[in-house]
Design a binder for this molecule. Structure first.
Ligand code: HEC
Ligand code: HEC
Length: 156
């Protein structure tokens, strides 16, 4: 077992240290994925892709229409530098029930206080603490895949 693990690790190290499997013009040099390309492009799983340039998020705009009633509303403002971690939640400094009025922001809804059993807690439920799991900023970006979704008539 130990030998097998060592062999696998050695193989991993070799794979990581060999030159990238992807050339600048996108040619597939040594891909062993059967020619299947993913949204990452045609690259080996062990190759670290060049990161995309950051998208420009509009600074401030009106709230964005929702396409279906249960949709987490999209974020209509930039969130650069807003931290959400164990000790602070920048989003709640404007969106909590306590601060929303003064900050002119939308209050989080009552669903954000419910735990998974439907019990309403006295503060934001842990499963709603990391806002960006569900709410995202918008940018004028090319869709990665085609989408023909249409909202129901009552929301059009
Ligand atoms: C400095 C205050 C402030 C902070 C911090 C802030 N927001 Fe906002 N946010 C606003 C205001 C003000 C609006 C309302 C804009 C409007 O109504 O035109 C808003 C709107 C929104 C909306 C749209 C609500 C709707 O009904 O469509 C979402 C979602 C949202 N913010 C999420 C977030 C998240 C997630 C964070 C943290 C990453 C965050 N906000 C941080 C002030 C803030
Ligand atoms: C698990 C997904 C999820 C997380 C995490 C989450 N939300 Fe939401 N949020 C939703 C959904 C879905 C809605 C719309 C339906 C509803 O109100 O529950 C919503 C609605 C909202 C609204 C609009 C409320 C209204 O009455 O129109 C605001 C503002 C908001 N969320 C802010 C936040 C902030 C701030 C956080 C982090 C503290 C957060 N949300 C975390 C899913 C989420």
């Amino acid at each position: 077992m130990k030998k097998l693990l060592t062999a696998i690790m050695a193989a991993g190290i070799v794979a990581l240290t060999t030159s990238p499997a992807w050339s600048e013009d996108g040619d597939d040099i040594m891909s062993n994925n059967g020619g299947v390309s993913s949204l990452r492009g045609q690259v080996e799983i062990s190759t670290v892709n060049k990161s995309e340039p950051l998208k420009r998020v509009p600074r401030d705009q009106n709230t964005i229409d929702r396409n279906y009633v249960q949709q987490p509303p999209m974020i209509p403002h930039t969130i650069r530098g807003y931290q959400v971690n164990l000790s602070a939640n920048k989003c709640l400094s404007c969106h909590s029930f306590k601060n929303a009025g003064e900050m002119g922001a939308t209050k989080i809804s009552v669903t954000h206080f419910e735990d998974r059993d439907g019990t309403t807690l006295s503060d934001v439920s842990p499963r709603r603490y990391f806002c960006l799991q569900c709410h995202v900023t918008q940018a004028d970006a090319k869709p990665l895949v085609e989408n023909t979704f249409q909202p129901v008539d009552s929301l059009k």
